[in-house]
Design a binder for this molecule. Structure first.
Ligand code: HEC
Ligand code: HEC
Ligand code: HEC
Ligand code: HEC
Ligand code: HEC
Ligand code: HEC
Ligand code: HEC
Ligand code: HEC
Ligand code: HEC
Length: 431
């Protein structure tokens, strides 16, 4: 005779078998051995609300791959099946507060011996402490700032090279934006919340998210490239030219020749971002030279200064070239339909364009002597192009004249023939 107790036990075994089978068929399941050894996982995986997701998310994390278990961060005794496993007597620490997270992660991540085998740096906590986030956390006890888990996730932490990671190159802007684009969260700090939106509109953001065809997203900066990965502070005044210069090295080297570079060191402006914006990295139009708005030359320089004279000259030179190139572009598309050989015209126009493009970075010397040669070369190619157009047009005109002459002659001949026919004596109809 089986006791009630035995029936219950058999039932429990049976349901455990069903559960294990179910977990094996389920993508979020641990291998049976790992599962059985880890009561934390098996119990939490069945729970709902806030208690279940940690188990399921942990399943696909880099930490599980590395052999960590729930106990690595929470303590406890995973070989006990019930809630007894979560007793403080087994070192169970419960849910860490935000304030405790950096030290919790750093127990391992600042451990050189442990991290060496994974070829990971161990300076995250040290850097984090120097960041605006870290300083507010440690000095002001402000837990609204980013801690390790705000950027990396809690249980679903993945490698930075995993496209699903919150810190994967192109996911970083959205991760920072969770707070920095949220007016509610940023309200107490009175700083703008437009960085993400501006960044996404700008060239960098569009390249990073793969929206500009032919540009490699891996070469574009994300928020952390400029602000530092763990030392998230705005780059200092002098650093900015260096940060931008890491990638725009040619522009930066021209900029270092310019009176502005000296000015940046003396009065702090104009930096790269004064003219290009922090996050929108706009390319100024020619209006920058004549305008007085933020970042435009007239916002700092007096109308009768040498600087504005320079600005006016550059604007006139550039706008002359731009309109010349545009005009010839139109003539070129007409010439294309004419069936003439336009190779020389095309090549001259391309060269004129290239010289103008080359002048873009050189403008940062803010020296007319440096810019003029390129402008002159571009202009020389434009003149060649114009001459080509004229040749083509002359040729076309000649052809048209010959054609018109031929048509006239034909009409004339036809008319003469007509007259002649009319004058011929009519033969009387035969009877
Ligand atoms: C038999 C099921 C079961 C087992 C086994 C179990 N837990 Fe829990 N766990 C729970 C329940 C239920 C709660 C909610 C308790 C509460 O709200 O008081 C909980 C709460 C937690 C919390 C949140 C505590 C908080 O302060 O909010 C953590 C963290 C946790 N468990 C980790 C673990 C770890 C680590 C283990 C293994 C050592 C483990 N659990 C084993 C059922 C379980
Ligand atoms: C790398 C460290 C780490 C590991 C490993 C880890 N956790 Fe956590 N867990 C945390 C942190 C940090 C929090 C606090 C998150 C927060 O601030 O809401 C947390 C919170 C929780 C909570 C509370 C969730 C809530 O919203 O209240 C539960 C339950 C939990 N963990 C269970 C588990 C279980 C089960 C495992 C293993 C499958 C596990 N954790 C593995 C770090 C870890
Ligand atoms: C018990 C030790 C331990 C703790 C605690 C721990 N980690 Fe890890 N973590 C590791 C190990 C080991 C790896 C390396 C895994 C690998 O590369 O295979 C790792 C990898 C990582 C990675 C992936 C790095 C990469 O390759 O890009 C991130 C991110 C990470 N951990 C963040 C955290 C955060 C955030 C916390 C705190 C919530 C934390 N870790 C707590 C041991 C730990
Ligand atoms: C403000 C967001 C943010 C915070 C806070 C943050 N991280 Fe990171 N972390 C990142 C980003 C972004 C990367 C990816 C860097 C890359 O792609 O090179 C990263 C990379 C890592 C890596 C991979 C190795 C490396 O150094 O590049 C580890 C490990 C790591 N973080 C651990 C931590 C720990 C531990 C903390 C807390 C002390 C922390 N992180 C806080 C954003 C953050
Ligand atoms: C959990 C929310 C949160 C996340 C995620 C976050 N931050 Fe912050 N951040 C803050 C708060 C709060 C401040 C404090 C604002 C202040 O004091 O002006 C701050 C300050 C900053 C500052 C200094 C602003 C200033 O001049 O005062 C920079 C720069 C910054 N964060 C960059 C980043 C970057 C880059 C990321 C992503 C890699 C990021 N943050 C992710 C909450 C967050
Ligand atoms: C190309 C470099 C670059 C990138 C990319 C970048 N920033 Fe900035 N950011 C800057 C500079 C430069 C400043 C201004 C620093 C100063 O004025 O000293 C700044 C300022 C900030 C500030 C302070 C704003 C204020 O008005 O006080 C925050 C917050 C910030 N950035 C967040 C972000 C976030 C979030 C992203 C990604 C969506 C991002 N940044 C991307 C360069 C960059
Ligand atoms: C991680 C590298 C990187 C950093 C750092 C960086 N940029 Fe860029 N930037 C790029 C790339 C790549 C492009 C696209 C260039 C192209 O069109 O081929 C670009 C484009 C631009 C453009 C538009 C150029 C055009 O022709 O459309 C401007 C303006 C610009 N960046 C300004 C800045 C400024 C200002 C900073 C510093 C605050 C900066 N960048 C930092 C990589 C970077
Ligand atoms: C005083 C304003 C000013 C400053 C400071 C400035 N730029 Fe520019 N930048 C311009 C103007 C104007 C153009 C557009 C030139 C044109 O029409 O081709 C430009 C063009 C660019 C371009 C596009 C280049 C191209 O190929 O056409 C990049 C990239 C750029 N700047 C980066 C930078 C960087 C990096 C810095 C700092 C080292 C910087 N700029 C400082 C005004 C400025
Ligand atoms: C944020 C302020 C600021 C902006 C914007 C600015 N400059 Fe300057 N510029 C300076 C400062 C400061 C100096 C050095 C002091 C001086 O000569 O006035 C300087 C010097 C110059 C000089 C050398 C003048 C001389 O007397 O030798 C030229 C040329 C110049 N700027 C051109 C420009 C042009 C062109 C623009 C617009 C594309 C521009 N600047 C935008 C602040 C600015």
């Amino acid at each position: 005779m089986t006791t009630v107790r035995e029936t219950a036990r058999t039932f429990r075994r049976f349901s455990l078998a069903v559960l294990v089978a179910g977990f094996l068929a389920f993508p979020g399941s641990l291998p049976a051995a790992e599962e059985a050894a880890n009561s934390c996982f098996s119990c939490h995986n069945r729970l709902g609300g806030r208690l279940g997701p940690p188990a399921r998310e942990f399943f696909s994390s880099v930490h599980r791959e590395a052999g960590l278990t729930c106990v690595s961060c929470h303590g406890g005794n995973p070989s006990l099946p019930g809630e007894e496993s979560m007793s403080p007597k087994y070192g169970f620490r419960g849910k860490p507060a935000e304030r405790q997270v950096p030290e919790l992660c750093a127990r391992c991540h600042s451990n050189i011996a442990m991290m060496r085998q994974y070829n990971l740096r161990t300076d995250q906590l040290a850097e984090y402490r120097t960041s605006v986030h870290g300083r507010l956390l440690y000095e002001k006890n402000d837990a609204n700032v980013a801690v390790c888990t705000s950027c990396h996730g809690k249980h679903d932490i993945r490698r930075r090279t995993d496209p699903q990671s919150a810190v994967f190159r192109s996911n970083v802007p959205a991760t920072c934006g969770k707070c920095h684009a949220d007016p509610e969260k940023m309200k107490p700090y009175k700083i703008p919340t437009d960085q993400l939106a501006d960044f996404e509109k700008g060239v960098h953001g569009r390249i990073l998210s793969g929206k500009i065809e032919g540009k490699n997203p891996a070469l574009a900066p994300n928020c952390a490239t400029c602000h530092g990965v763990h030392g998230a502070t705005p780059p200092g005044i002098r650093e900015v030219a260096n940060v931008c210069g890491n990638c725009h090295s040619q522009v930066a080297s021209y900029f270092r020749e310019s009176p502005h570079f000296t000015a940046v060191r003396e009065v702090g402006e104009p930096k790269c971002v004064t003219c290009h914006g922090n996050h929108s990295n706009r390319v100024p139009t020619l209006k920058v030279f004549s305008g007085t708005g933020p970042g435009e030359c007239g916002s700092c320089h007096e109308p009768d200064s040498k600087a504005i004279e320079f600005a006016r000259n550059v604007r006139d030179l550039l706008s002359g070239l731009e309109s010349g190139i545009e005009e010839i572009g139109k003539d070129l598309s007409e010439a294309e339909t004419s069936g003439r050989n336009i190779d020389r015209l095309k090549s001259a126009l391309d060269k004129a364009r290239n010289k103008l493009t080359e002048a873009g970075p050189v403008i940062h010397t803010f020296s007319i002597e440096r810019i003029l040669p390129l402008v002159q070369e571009s202009d020389a190619f434009l003149r060649t192009a114009r001459q080509e157009i004229r040749n083509i047009q002359d040729e076309q005109r000649q052809r048209r004249a010959v054609a018109a002459y031929a048509v006239t002659m034909l009409v004339l001949i036809a008319a003469l023939l007509g007259v002649k026919l009319a004058l011929l004596p009519r033969t009387p109809p035969e009877k």
